[in-house]
Design a binder for this molecule. Structure first.
Ligand SMILES: NC(=O)c1ccc[n+]([C@@H]2O[C@H](COP(=O)([O-])OP(=O)(O)OC[C@H]3O[C@@H](n4cnc5c(N)ncnc54)[C@H](OP(=O)(O)O)[C@@H]3O)[C@@H](O)[C@H]2O)c1
Length: 296
């Protein structure tokens, strides 16, 4: 019998690719979205009003939760911070409320963030380390706690993703114009670490987590590259110069406000746990990953 996956946030950068990966693996996919569309495979919901078109919910075997207002997009005013939290936490609580309408639910897996351990130190973080005290860590903590509410029904996993790399979205899309103009540079000291993962690897990780019902939290990234190495590798893959001075931290803070911490801060972590589950990264080094992305 064909199994059915519900991807909450399936219309986004990760969700669109994941949807096609899961379909290729023979699964039926429904995507939850707040946008009304007649396109096949979409289920309309409004988590703020707690409404949903529930006619297909009884078919759902697996939930993948990718919902969340974009962290990099707007200035972190108090209102935006609330939106970043509630778009993850309240939506997850609403999904949990809907679970009784999904009697065939076998597994739940959510995206999460590797930036949950607090500002970078010399420590290489593993999954059992405590959450940090900063805003990004607290979002992840509340989000993961909301996901854990599914654990009385089925196994639950949380994939703490690094920066997701692919040609047409996420960070690469944001960097592409200055870098293509030859204006690429490192940021701040350039020493802070960026844990990253190729979109194809992340989608395969979600697919395998469903297949093997992995449980618990997993650091989900291929490598932690220094900001300098990361930016230089992108410029090199584009065959563009990389001679501009580092963007000063103060300038970035003026432009981005508090959200500059996403680029000025870093995380060192270990991916041993996911590797020990048997996961093999196809994109292992930042140089070959950017070459692959640019070539496509
Ligand atoms: N991309 C990365 O580098 C990265 C790294 C680490 C973790 N993550 C996490 O992984 C998840 C997926 O990332 P992504 O890059 O695919 O994100 P994305 O492109 O911004 O998509 C997120 C989805 O969430 C839904 N959404 C946004 N705001 C919402 C709100 N207020 N209420 C309900 N739904 C809302 C949107 O669906 P509709 O508009 O269709 O409703 C959207 O399709 C996110 O939670 C993100 O924080 C991403």
């Amino acid at each position: 019998m064909i199994k059915t996956v519900l991807i909450a946030g399936g219309s986004g950068f990760v969700g669109r690719k994941l949807s096609s990966v899961l379909k290729e693996r023979g699964l039926r996919v429904y995507k939850l979205s707040r946008k009304k569309t007649k396109r096949r495979g979409y289920i309309h919901w409004n988590p703020d009003l707690q409404t949903i078109d529930n006619k297909n919910l009884s078919k759902i075997n697996y939930i993948v939760n990718l919902v969340g207002a974009n962290i990099a997009e707007k200035r972190w005013t108090e209102t935006r911070k609330q939106e970043l939290i509630s778009s993850r936490v309240k939506t997850t609580h609403f999904l949990r409320m809907l679970a009784p309408q999904m009697p065939n639910l076998e597994y739940y897996v959510a995206a999460s963030g590797i930036n949950c351990y607090g500002p970078e130190t010399e420590v290489v973080h593993v999954e059992t380390d405590p959450y940090g005290d900063d805003f990004l860590s607290q979002i992840v903590k509340e989000w993961e706690e909301a996901s854990d509410k599914f654990s009385d029904i089925c196994p639950v996993a949380k994939l703490r993703s690094g920066v997701v790399l692919a040609k047409h979205g996420g960070m690469v899309k944001k960097l592409s114009i200055p870098f293509k103009l030859g204006l690429g540079s490192a940021i701040g000291t350039g020493k802070q670490h960026i844990p990253w993962i190729h979109l194809d690897d992340l989608c395969r990780m979600f697919a395998l987590s469903i297949q093997y019902k992995w449980e618990g939290s997993y650091n989900a990234f291929a490598q932690c590259s220094s900001n300098y190495d990361f930016m230089r590798a992108y410029a090199k893959a584009l065959r563009r110069p990389f001679f501009m001075p580092n963007i000063p931290a103060k300038l970035l803070e003026t432009i981005l406000g508090e959200r500059a911490v996403m680029l000025l801060g870093g995380t060192k972590a270990s991916n041993k746990k996911i590797v020990s589950e048997g996961f093999m990264f196809q994109h292992k080094t930042i140089e070959s990953t950017f070459k692959h992305i640019v070539r496509r």
